[in-house]
Ligand binder design. Structure first.
Ligand code: B3K
Ligand code: ZN
Length: 858
């Protein structure tokens, strides 16, 4: 496939100020009539190019007269036009129920819905389908009234009418010019949870969340509605941004390639990010729903009112919007816990990406298929880059700068550079060097060394950085790194205040006065810069920080580092000096006994780093040895601290169900205690887990217990799995959990279990959630995926080959785990490569999967 370059950007030859769309909707066949007003943009003689993907025009009119003066070129419709303004009318016919790619107009459970970002609109009609062409849309929908009683599109409903033959019509008008990727429509038999919101200037907004009737889903929309209203208020208070239409609709659909979509006034969601009640959703699910509802709502300003000039600018809306949803969730719950979770996600998904064959800057320079660039780098590292600018600007400066950005670019398609300029002008910053964050890929590697001079009573901090080579980029420049730092007195546990050290050069030195004794270094507090940092501090210092650091993130980090260094040393057989069992158990015991800690934070501190994270820290990843070392550590901590875990387990037993922060923290910590008791084989572990499962009155407890049981060779395992299946077999989202937790288990036969689940009657490649529930879990379970036999790799590749012709976008998402082959021992690397090659050799492989495979093979 051809490569598209950022440097080749040219403004559109033709603009489309107005669009009128007519749809005769049906599952098998939908007739689309597009009336578009086009105007020549500048002085040129270029024809009008309307992108199309798999479309045949049935009729083309120019200014009302039938025209044959057009041709198709790579799917696009090319029309030479003589004047500067014309009206083009095009009729196309599409088959929604054959649309397995879930891009464009498709069917899901007899409902019709759309997904247009990034390039799905061209599967509906011929159009200049690029984000810098902004149009006002009028949409007339006609459909059978009984099967499609609800007809929704962007903007406001302007007309409803009954038609002949049991059909009806709805007309929607969106007054805000928008790019085609934000177009949406939904038609189906739906019911709504309705509410309303009064904006800061007193405007009333009708809110509705639409779901399928008769499924129990309507009763599961309350949490999403609360999240929506909280988001609307928060964006007014924190960013001064008000909603701008009289209605806001959300529709939940079961078949969806990603999480959700921010279409103007009509958000369409994967049902997993809408539906929740305590019986079917975990506390983590509730949090994810709150975050995604907020994310899509925030796009109304960061994405829709100000959109992207081209897809290379994707992080302009995504990085900023992730930062906004992270800040919102931090305000709604515990900010320190939220920060740790966000960093966990960044390290699990983005750091490996940045260190592998698919590494790219947050503003990529080229792509073959843009769908492959909705990545952890663009989203999560993009959010970290915004966060660093917010740190450098300070609260007031950042608000001034975002106000300026929204004012300057409202109604425009902007660039990342526009955002940075607004930051400079609004907050009075010079971001010349900082811009490298948009240009250079790779995670900066930072070393910090603290030297103490007892004569001068000074502490000198030497910090150096380097940015590793990534595909197509070498010899990189140093980055701007804002590092929040404190020097902690070991005797008192106090420090004289946190400082923001801003590193800009390859190496810099900072000297601090007034230290009789060497302090402990607390650096990159709050994870203020997205880097890997080694401070070379000894075990005693790290243990001190793990007990006493007043920055929750730094405290967490110190303990993670102690544990990670120990596990890496065991797995690689190194002789490095690492924490021993007794000392590690003592640190854990002290944290268990620290009564100032919130339970959620205690659980966060005491959760071991994942096998994948530990593996990533090794020169050559040995998944089996990491698994052994980590399991042994869990067992040691479980057994050595059996009494303490037991005490917490009993003390945190609920007296009834509640959803407040304290109750949720207690559930989390109690679940962790259970996991350690099971790992330590304390008493009748299976019995305890099974009792937890049986007593559960909510999904969080039920899932925690079942996940433990799923890893055991015990008759209670099958009993509990069967009970869970029988209870929830009609709830697809809960059944996804049943697939996932078996595939994620520590059971010795996990690979056979996964193979059997792939043949289970409830497994289907047609539903992306189900595919992810099984194969995402396979790729996320190192013992299964990296089994020395290569069977895990083979199963994943078999699935990709089967899925690619049906749903290329979702298939391509499973290539990166195989693309990590260079990081593993020779045996595994060879097996992984062989699977990539097998995929590459498939005839007719999609552009999506081809790009990922070719780049992964390197
Ligand atoms: N903007 C959409 C992502 C669309 C992805 C298309 N492949 C969801 C979001 O980030 O809010
Ligand atoms: Zn987004």
């Amino acid at each position: 496939p051809p490569t598209i370059y950022r440097k080749d950007y040219r403004p559109p030859d033709w603009l489309v100020p107005d669009v009128a769309l007519g749809f005769d909707l049906d599952l098998a066949e939908t007739l689309v009539q597009a009336d578009i007003q086009v105007t020549r943009n500048g002085d040129h003689g270029e024809p009008l190019r309307l992108e199309g993907d798999g479309l045949e025009p049935e009729e083309v009119l120019v200014d009302g007269a039938a025209s044959n003066d057009w041709r198709l070129e790579e799917g696009a419709l090319i029309l030479p036009l003589s004047g500067d303004a014309h009206r083009i009318s095009i009729t196309t016919r599409i088959q929604p129920d054959k649309n397995t790619q879930l891009m464009g107009l498709y069917a899901s459970n007899d409902m019709l819905c759309t997904q247009c970002e990034a390039e799905g609109f061209r599967r509906i009609t011929f159009f200049p389908d690029r984000p810098d062409v902004l149009s006002r849309y009028t949409v007339e929908m006609r459909a059978d009234k009984e099967r499609f009683p609800v007809l929704l599109s962007n903007g406001n409903l302007v007309r409803e009418e009954a038609l002949e033959d049991g059909r009806h019509l709805a007309e929607w008008h969106d007054p805000w010019p928008k790019p085609s990727y934000l177009f949406a429509l939904v038609a189906g038999d739906l019911v709504a949870n309705r509410d309303s919101f009064t904006t800061m200037s007193g405007k009333e907004v009708d809110l509705a969340i639409w779901v399928r009737p008769g499924t129990g889903d309507l009763e599961r929309t309350g949490h999403a509605m609360t999240a929506l209203k909280n988001s609307m208020r928060w964006d007014e208070e924190r960013y001064g941004r008000e909603y701008d239409l009289a209605v806001f609709n959300i529709v939940a659909v079961s078949d969806f390639n990603m999480g959700a979509m921010e279409n103007k006034g009509l958000n369409i969601f994967n049902s997993r990010y809408i539906l929740a009640d305590p019986d079917t959703a975990t506390d983590a699910d509730f949090d994810a729903i709150e975050g995604v509802v907020a994310h899509e709502y925030f796009h109304n300003w960061s994405g829709n009112r100000v959109t992207c000039r081209d897809w290379f600018q994707l992080s302009l809306k995504e990085g900023f919007t992730v930062f906004r949803d992270q800040s919102f969730s931090a305000d709604m719950g515990s900010a320190p816990v939220k920060r740790i979770e966000d960093v966990r996600v960044l390290r699990a998904a983005q750091f490996p990406e940045d260190g592998g064959p698919l590494a790219h800057p947050i503003r990529p320079d080229s792509y073959m298929e843009i769908s492959n660039f909705y990545t952890a780098t663009v989203y999560n590292k993009g959010a970290e880059v915004i966060r660093m600018m917010a740190t450098l600007a300070g609260d007031d400066g950042f608000r001034k700068a975002t106000d300026l950005y929204f004012d300057r670019h409202d109604g425009e398609a902007a660039t990342c550079e526009d955002f940075v300029l607004a930051m400079e002008d609004g907050a009075g910053l010079d971001l010349t060097v900082f811009r490298r964050w948009y240009e250079q890929a790779g995670t900066p590697q930072v070393t910090a060394k603290l030297d103490h001079d007892p004569q001068a009573k000074t502490a000198t901090l030497t910090i150096s950085q380097s940015v590793p080579d990534t595909p197509g980029q070498s010899d990189k420049q140093p980055m701007v790194l804002p590092l929040k730092t404190a020097l902690i007195d070991r005797a008192t546990g106090q420090h004289k205040g946190e400082q923001l050290l801003v590193l800009e050069e390859a190496e810099q030195r900072f000297t601090f006065d007034g230290f009789d004794a060497p302090p402990a270094l607390s650096i990159n507090r709050g994870f203020s810069a997205p880097v890997t940092l080694s401070s070379g501090q000894d075990v005693e210092t790290l243990a001190f920080l793990a007990r006493h650091d007043d920055d929750s993130f730094a405290r967490y980090e110190a303990l993670q580092q102690l544990v990670t260094e120990r596990l890496v040393s065991e797995a690689s057989g190194s002789e490095a000096e690492v924490i021993d069992d007794a000392m590690l158990a003592q640190v854990f015991a002290d944290i268990l006994a620290d009564d100032r800690l919130e339970e959620a934070m205690r659980a966060e501190l005491l959760t071991l780093p994942s096998e994948s994270f530990v593996g990533e820290q090794m020169a050559v990843i040995r998944p089996d040895r990491v698994n052994q070392a980590r399991q042994a550590m869990r067992k040691m901590l479980g057994a050595n601290l059996a009494e303490q875990w037991q005490q917490h387990y009993v003390k945190l037993a609920p007296s009834g169900f509640a959803m407040d922060g304290a109750a949720r923290g207690a559930r989390r910590m109690r679940g962790l205690a259970l996991a350690y008791l099971v790992a330590g084989e304390v008493g009748d572990a299976a019995g305890t887990a099974h009792a937890h499962f049986e007593a559960a009155d909510n999904m969080t407890d039920r899932q925690t217990a079942l996940a433990s049981l799923a890893g055991m060779e015990h008759p209670l395992r099958e009993q509990a799995l069967d009970a869970f299946y029988t209870r929830y077999k009609d709830n697809a989202l809960v059944l996804d959990k049943w697939f996932s937790l078996q595939a994620l288990s520590f059971h010795p036969d996990v690979l056979e279990h996964i193979a059997a689940l792939a043949k289970h009657p409830d497994f289907t490649l047609a539903n992306p959630n189900r595919v992810r529930s099984l194969y995402g879990a396979l790729a996320g379970n190192p013992s299964a995926f990296h089994h020395a036999s290569g069977q895990g790799y083979r199963m994943l590749a078999d699935m990709v080959i089967a899925l690619d012709p049906k749903n290329a976008q979702t298939a391509a998402r499973f290539i990166p785990p195989l693309g990590r082959w260079r990081r593993f021992d020779e045996g595994r690397a060879g097996l992984m490569r062989a699977e990539l090659e097998r995929i590459r050799n498939v005839d007719g492989l999609s552009r999506d999967t081809t790009e990922q495979v070719v780049k992964s093979l390197g």
